[in-house]
Design a protein around this ligand. Structure first.
Ligand SMILES: Nc1ncnc2c1ncn2[C@@H]1O[C@H](COP(=O)(O)OP(=O)(O)OP(=O)(O)O)[C@@H](O)[C@H]1O
Ligand SMILES: O=C(CO)[C@H](O)[C@H](O)COP(=O)(O)O
Length: 407
């Protein structure tokens, strides 16, 4: 009886079987495994030549999600909602750089693409480029490292230190179940884009971006109104050239606009939020209101939903977006009582909840997060649930369909 050592490039916890007809079929779940087989040939006795071994890599290949938005547009808030859907808290790597931008939870690792700035703050100043300019970012390294993580290989990722403006020594990133790459350019480079299992763009209109910046940078960071205006203006050409065009590639876009319920509103407090969902995306079925594919306008205010001025209006319709067929769900206005959201939730379908009222429960749990009383919080929560569903479907499909171990 021969003893064969089988090496596969699959990660630990892959489930592998020998599938050549006539040979003993064995299941194993280790990267390197020794097994007994009366007829194992040369091909399986040296590293990498495992052509007759098939492995289903349940839980072993990382699902990669991209989240793009300009700075100050709600990425961190969205990430907190997403991580919460999977349970457990997200924290910076233990014992690592206190200025790390990474957040790790049981299921997810969120890395910030600012870490791929190739020019530090001084370098950008000297060259006269902004952080939004592709020349200030290392897309080759971004691609190589995201690809490696997706394949189950740990990487030493650089850290951009927002406190000092310098590039710090790298940190180790181990492959998680779900990797979220968030930042300015997750969909800019086609190679990186092709690695994404799902992508989201937060499209915050200029008026709203300005209102949020004022709220945060004036109230919390002591910046003047003039300096906030100047910073938005200075970023705008590069934002238009390099960041905004990425929305055409997104599977879901959350568009945030001033309300249409108050004529000429420019306060940016009441919001009209549109969830634009691409049709035909694998493992993703768009949410709908009442009747899939119909055009609906719904004012739910009345006996079941308390609405003060200016009220709440929902809309749902098919549309096209950059030449793609999409479904658009829209909410204008804000909730007075968050617990009454259950009434709205019960009229939405395909929301990928695991139990009745899960959206409402998530929203109530994070009632203190920005946007919890309007469509930003609602749609971020729903997209979080859709990502959980997508992840579970990908895992299930891999468990069902064995893939041949790579040489
Ligand atoms: N849905 C929302 N409704 C109202 N304000 C919001 C919302 N989302 C974010 N904000 C405002 O924008 C600020 C920035 O949000 P957040 O930190 O989530 O954005 P970010 O994109 O991660 O920012 P940065 O890239 O600068 O770290 C918040 O402090 C808040 O003032
Ligand atoms: O657009 C940004 C992404 O968050 C930042 O402006 C960029 O990362 C540069 O950071 P800093 O201003 O801290 O040097």
């Amino acid at each position: 009886m021969a003893i064969c050592t089988v090496y596969t490039t699959q990660s630990l916890n892959s489930t592998c079987t020998i599938s050549t007809p006539g040979k003993t079929h064995l299941g194993f779940n280790q990267k390197h495994v020794v097994f007994l087989n009366s007829s194992c040939g040369k091909r399986n006795s040296k590293r990498g030549s495992s052509s007759f071994i098939s492995c289903s890599s349940e839980g072993s290949e990382t699902v990669v999600i991209g989240l793009a938005a300009d700075s100050g547009c709600g990425k961190s808030t969205f990430m907190r909602r997403l991580t919460s859907v999977f349970g457990g808290a997200a924290e910076p790597p233990k014992g690592g750089n206190p200025d790390s931008n990474t957040l790790i939870s049981d299921t997810t690792t969120v890395i910030c693409l600012d870490d791929y700035h190739s020019l530090d703050r001084t370098g950008r100043k000297e060259k006269g480029v902004t952080a939004l300019d592709p020349r200030a970012n290392d897309f080759d390294l971004m691609y190589e490292q995201v690809k490696a993580i997706k394949e189950g290989i740990p990487v030493e990722k650089p850290i951009y230190n927002h406190v000092t403006g310098l590039l710090d020594p790298p940190e180790l990133i181990k492959p998680p179940k779900i990797l979220v790459i968030e930042g300015l350019h997750p969909m800019y480079d086609q190679r990186v884009r092709d690695l994404l299992d799902f992508s989201i763009y937060l499209d915050i209109s200029n008026e709203v971006k300005f209102a949020w910046k004022i709220q945060r940078d004036m109230a919390e960071r002591g910046h003047s109104l003039e300096s906030i205006k100047a910073s938005i203006e200075a970023r705008k050409p590069d934002f238009d050239a390099y960041i905004d065009p990425q929305k055409q590639y997104a599977d879901a876009v959350i568009e945030v606009l001033p309300t249409q319920l108050i004529p000429d509103d420019n306060e940016g407090k009441v919001l009209r939020v549109r969830l634009i969902m691409k049709e035909g995306v694998k493992y993703f079925s768009p949410v709908y209101l009442f009747d899939e594919g119909s055009t609906i306008s719904w004012i739910p205010c009345g006996r079941k939903l308390t609405c003060s001025y200016p009220g709440i209006k929902f809309a749902y319709a098919p549309d096209t977006y950059f030449g793609h067929e999409v479904s658009v769900l829209e909410m204008d206005g804000q909730f007075d009582r968050l617990d009454e959201l259950i009434y709205v939730e019960s009229h939405l379908s395909n929301i990928s909840t695991k139990f009745y009222g899960e959206v409402t429960q998530q929203m109530l749990k994070h009632a203190d997060f920005p946007g919890s009383n309007n469509g930003t919080g609602l749609f971020q929560t729903i997209v979080g649930l859709k990502i959980r569903d997508l992840y579970e479907q990908i895992v299930a499909s891999k468990a069902k369909t064995p893939v041949e171990a790579k040489a």
